[in-house]
Design a protein around this ligand. Structure first.
Ligand SMILES: C[S@@+](CC[C@H](N)C(=O)[O-])C[C@H]1O[C@@H](n2cnc3c(N)ncnc32)[C@H](O)[C@@H]1O
Length: 262
């Protein structure tokens, strides 16, 4: 049964305790448990000002996101031959190569649509932390999730509250293109991965005849979505010391995986 959303509903205590133990001491002191998740933003809102970015804060979108918005958006981004939702889930699990007992960060987790599968993959001894900036997305995630090893944190992907090297795997799907300063999010991903840790990204990829810069400027103005240059994300991961960088392009999307040196 999904958890109900009320201000007294919290993730199971032990998962919350484990997540709190991953925070830096100053963030631990500032953490508030509210509406079933650990809130580290309070009144702050790191979401950009474009209407396409602000949509993620609405109360309606989280209700239709997983079953309608996300599959439609994926088709538009990846084209008719791109992976279906179930294949995307399998791809994420393949790229992250999760084992029971591991700690996973699902960055910009939305309503927890991938978080729940990661929770099953790492089992009762593992922990999955879903981070998002949107209260409404997180409320839906809490409501949809019945795994005792999943916990949700309201935080900013550009400045994450966790100690260095605490995650074995980090997923960031369908979000880097919405985040202002996405390279700061990549800095954080590289910092938070444990030695040998794996990362999986799904984002946009420029395929057109024009260079990414002008294409992105136009698409971003219209939709709030940034278009990354073909080698921009893979190069950025290498610059941050990650190895085994791999990419699969599907339409205007790219799945990128990499590993931190053991
Ligand atoms: C399109 S959803 C992706 C959800 C899920 N990962 C998926 O693949 O379907 C993008 C999410 O990024 C979140 N987001 C945008 N900017 C953020 C930021 N600076 N920090 C944390 N989350 C952010 C939004 O709130 C939204 O829930």
């Amino acid at each position: 049964m999904p958890r109900s959303v009320s201000s007294n509903t919290i993730s199971p205590l032990s998962a919350n305790r484990q997540a709190l133990a991953l925070l830096t001491p100053s963030h631990r002191r500032a953490a508030l448990i509210e509406d079933g998740c650990i809130d580290l933003l309070g009144g702050k809102d790191p979401t950009g000002s474009h209407p396409g970015q602000r949509l993620m804060l609405s109360s309606v979108l989280p209700r239709i996101y997983e079953r309608l918005w996300r599959p439609l958006g994926a088709r538009m981004l990846m084209g008719p031959a791109g992976p279906r939702t179930s294949e995307e889930h399998r791809l994420a699990l393949d790229m992250l190569a999760l084992s029971p007992g591991e700690r996973v960060l699902d960055l910009a987790c939305g309503p927890g649509n991938f978080t729940r599968g990661f929770a099953r993959a790492v089992g009762d001894d593992g922990l999955v932390v879903g981070v998002d900036a949107s209260k409404t997305m997180l409320a839906r995630a809490v409501w949809e999730t019945d795994s005792p090893n999943a916990v949700y944190v309201r935080g900013d992907a550009r400045v994450l509250p966790f100690r260095d090297g605490v995650f074995d795997a980090i997923c960031c799907f369908a979000a880097l293109y919405l985040i202002d300063e996405p390279m700061s999010a990549l800095d954080e991903i590289a910092r938070l991965l444990a030695p040998g840790g794996r990362v999986a990204l799904l984002s946009s990829c420029n395929r057109g005849p024009l260079p990414a810069g002008p294409t992105s400027a136009v698409v971003r103005t219209l939709t709030g979505v940034r278009i990354f240059g073909r080698d921009e994300l893979t190069g950025a991961l290498r610059e941050r010391g990650l190895t085994d960088v791999d990419r699969r392009v599907a339409g205007l999307a790219q799945f990128v995986s990499a590993r931190k040196r053991a």
